[in-house]
Design a protein around this ligand. Structure first.
Ligand SMILES: O=C(O)CCC(=O)C(=O)O
Length: 301
């Protein structure tokens, strides 16, 4: 669905100012938007998944381990597809609390694409270099939104999501490095125009939420605090927007309509999108692995 048609519908959860901010700047931060009853349920479910990670000795399809991870002291970068590993996450992702937020920026009919839980363990976690998301999972239009929920809240020193306001209106950058590997980052000479004072990184108490458009340049710094920074990231689109490449993060839930009705026509935005590798053949491996490999290549290693 295109922005004009979305904006013609009355807002469900967002104020008109919040909605305008999303469409003009490519994101909006909402302090404490998710209720305490949900953040408590998510924290308990996350605790069970973290507990199960104690038996992992290396990263796999579910857990991306942080350096120093052990059975005694779990340290995680990410849990892939938490909705497929704990029912509470799917319950939440399809709840009115989340889908009403999505509906305000993608339209009344909402489709699920994928989700991940970035725990970003305290001390030593890597950050994310500047990138745009849509090149990893192109759709027939640019309606997809990632809704990020800080389950425990987030302080500035914890490496919050950081956005470049208005960058969704600019070009899509290549996510490939010079060796032809999909590096999930904008080459540093191409990103050199981004200054620290242009960037916005909303933070706040548990339940603080960021709605991030799929073209918006974003990244994040290391978590320099002692505390983990769990951020649940769930991706939705308009029901009439279709992904046309395999998902880097597959799930049996991909394509489920979580609000409203399925589409009878597809929506198209003709602005071109770079294609990712064939994830079904190549596998994804996660942004850290890909960004680190690109660093080694550009250092000649
Ligand atoms: O978790 C973070 O700090 C950043 C996540 C991100 O940029 C992504 O998953 O695309």
């Amino acid at each position: 669905m295109q922005p004009e048609a979305i904006l013609a519908q009355p807002a469900v959860r967002l104020t008109e100012d919040e909605r305008r901010h999303y469409f003009e700047q490519g994101y909006v931060g909402l302090e404490g938007a998710i209720s305490a009853s949900w953040t408590e349920r998510l924290r308990a479910a996350m605790g069970e998944l973290v507990e199960a990670s104690r038996r992992c000795t290396e990263s796999d399809d579910v857990y991306v381990l942080e350096e120093g991870h052990s059975a005694a002291r779990p340290r995680l970068h990410r849990i892939y597809s938490p909705q497929d590993h704990h029912p509470e996450f799917w319950e939440f992702i399809r709840s009115d609390e989340m889908t009403a937020l999505a509906a305000d920026v993608v339209g009344p009919d909402v489709k699920f694409h994928h989700a991940k839980l970035n725990l970003k363990s305290g001390r030593g976690s890597r950050g994310f270099k500047w990138h745009q998301d849509i090149q990893a999972w192109p759709h027939t239009d640019y309606s997809p939104v990632t809704i990020g929920v800080y389950i425990d809240g987030c302080a500035p020193e914890q490496g919050p999501l950081a956005m470049v306001p208005g960058s969704h209106l600019g070009k899509l950058y290549s996510m490939y490095d010079e060796s032809g590997s999909f590096a999930v980052r904008i080459a540093s000479d191409e990103a050199s125009w981004i200054e620290a004072d242009m960037v916005d990184a909303p933070v706040g108490p548990p339940g603080t939420t960021v709605l991030l458009g799929c073209r918006t340049i974003h990244g994040s710094l290391r978590n320099d605090s002692d505390r983990d920074r769990p951020l649940l990231l769930a991706v939705y689109s308009s029901a009439d927007s279709f992904s046309y490449t395999p998902s880097p993060i597959p799930s049996p839930r991909l394509g489920e309509i979580v609000r409203g009705r399925p589409a009878r026509f597809a929506s198209f935005d003709v602005r071109p999108c770079e294609l990712p590798p064939d994830w079904a053949r190549e596998g994804y491996g996660g942004p850290w692995k890909r960004q680190r490999a690109a660093e080694r290549t550009s250092a000649g290693g």
